[in-house]
Write a protein that binds this ligand. Structure first.
Ligand SMILES: Nc1ncnc2c1ncn2[C@@H]1O[C@H](COP(=O)(O)OP(=O)(O)OP(=O)(O)O)[C@@H](O)[C@H]1O
Ligand SMILES: [Mg+2]
Length: 238
């Protein structure tokens, strides 16, 4: 098999003297959706923060399309094309929905493509077009999640990472967002999803990695893992 498009290999990371990630390896093929599941405090957010360079790994490798990102200079990490939709969305207060979306494109100068991408985001989430002038943080949680994902798309990433897609959202909205992610994925974009709701994650993703106390305890196709009694009992409550 060819090298995976995205690969985290034997990564260790933490905060000060406290190690959180122990020898984590995760990989995603080009154009696939990978998901990371695991309980509170397992290290999911720390892993995404390590991938996007916010937390420095103390060992291991993080490669996107063959380019090493672990401890690489910030211009290399920025230029690699990883969009990170953080836990809690973190939109900019006092800025409109459209301004928040356009912030995603701040490193780009291909104006026509930026316009096309904005049209794509508005097609995907028509409510954002209706609310384009509204202060982004005054929108509902679901609308803010759409805006945060839209902002990620506006950077034209090669890897889109989303931390807790469904957190705090009603099931109907989660379905809507899941459909949108599948639409986005159809454009060829590789996605890494972190999700506490294992059912939701497994419906969307091709491969899954289960993290327990900073280690990958199980991995495989979502089809295989979804049928595994250990996963069904521990994470799906069935
Ligand atoms: N900035 C920080 N400084 C020190 N410790 C931290 C920091 N951020 C996270 N941790 C610790 O790292 C561990 C993993 O946290 P992390 O946020 O990565 O987990 P998570 O899997 O994303 O959890 P959740 O499902 O609650 O979002 C926890 O023990 C947490 O207390
Ligand atoms: Mg988290």
């Amino acid at each position: 098999m060819s090298d995976p498009f995205f690969a985290v290999n034997s990564v260790q990371a933490g905060y000060g003297d406290v190690r959180v990630l122990w020898d984590i390896s995760v990989s995603i093929q080009r154009g696939e959706i990978g998901c990371i599941v695991g309980s509170n405090g397992a290290g999911k957010t720390t892993l995404l923060n390590t991938i996007s360079g916010l937390v420095k790994p103390t060992a291991g490798s993080i490669k996107l399309d063959g380019v090493e990102l672990a401890n690489a200079p910030s211009d290399v990490v920025l230029g690699a094309g990883i969009a990170h939709v953080p836990e809690g969305r973190r939109l900019f207060k006092g800025l409109s929905v459209e301004d928040n979306l356009m912030l995603g494109a701040y490193l780009r100068d291909d104006l026509q493509d930026i316009r096309n991408d904005l049209a794509f985001v508005y097609d995907l989430f028509p409510i954002l077009k209706e609310r384009s002038r509204q202060d982004a943080v005054t929108m509902s949680g679901g609308e803010q999640q759409m805006c945060a994902i839209g902002r990620g798309i506006m950077s034209r990433p090669r890897l889109l990472m989303i931390d807790e897609l469904s957190l705090g959202l009603a099931p109907r909205l989660v379905d809507r967002l899941s459909e949108a992610l599948l639409e986005i994925n159809k454009t060829g974009l590789t996605i890494l999803l972190v999700e506490q709701d294992v059912m939701t994650a497994f419906e969307i993703a091709d491969h899954a990695f289960v993290i327990e106390t900073g280690r990958v305890s199980m991995s495989g196709t979502t089809e295989d893992l979804g049928a595994d009694p250990r996963i069904r009992e521990s994470y799906m409550g069935i």
